[in-house]
Design a protein around this ligand. Structure first.
Ligand code: HEC
Length: 152
């Protein structure tokens, strides 16, 4: 009988522990997802820059896919910030100001998305001048938001 009781307590405790762990893991997953989506944007931006300089050339089809991938990631980025999660063990540089100024943060994301779509159009045109101008416009949105909404 005593053994059963102990087993019951052990099961209860391990149940509580795993519930606690699941919660911590979810908070970490939210941060990791945000960083993952930003990482896709960053990787594609780097590739586009390299292509413009002429240091990389994967051909027009792949270059277009890179621009589309960037635009796609830009379109889902805001959703990854919807929840202001706290207590994550994964390091984050996201400033709490994001959730105080949500409307302005959202606007920043929308502008990035629009400019990423301009880049897609510029890549489709095949004109390097338009691509350069679109990259410049898009790049300004990264810096503008990072300066305001990222902490060191
Ligand atoms: C409206 C806001 C906003 C815009 C626009 C934005 N970012 Fe970010 N970005 C963030 C925030 C906030 C973080 C910090 C995320 C974290 O640490 O949890 C971040 C982080 C990153 C990271 C680091 C990811 C990591 O693994 O830690 C990269 C790379 C990045 N952004 C690239 C870009 C590029 C390139 C652009 C422009 C094409 C861009 N971002 C536009 C808000 C923005």
């Amino acid at each position: 009988m005593k053994q059963f009781k102990l087993l019951g307590v052990a099961m209860l405790v391990s149940g509580m522990l795993s519930a606690g762990m699941a919660q911590a893991a979810d908070v970490d997953a939210v941060i990791q997802q945000r960083k993952g989506v930003m990482g896709i944007i960053g990787a594609n931006m780097g590739f586009m820059g390299c292509t413009l300089k002429g240091a990389c050339d994967a051909g027009p089809k792949v270059t277009l896919k890179q621009a589309q991938s960037l635009a796609f990631a830009a379109s889902i980025s805001l959703a990854t910030f919807a929840e202001n999660v706290k207590g994550a063990s994964v390091k984050t540089t996201a400033s709490p100001k994001i959730w105080d100024d949500w409307a302005s943060y959202k606007k920043g994301m929308q502008i990035m998305e629009e400019r990423a779509l301009d880049l897609v159009d510029a890549v489709k045109s095949g004109d390097k001048g338009s691509m350069g101008a679109a990259m410049k416009g898009l790049g300004e949105t990264c810096k503008g938001c990072h300066d305001n909404y990222r902490e060191k």
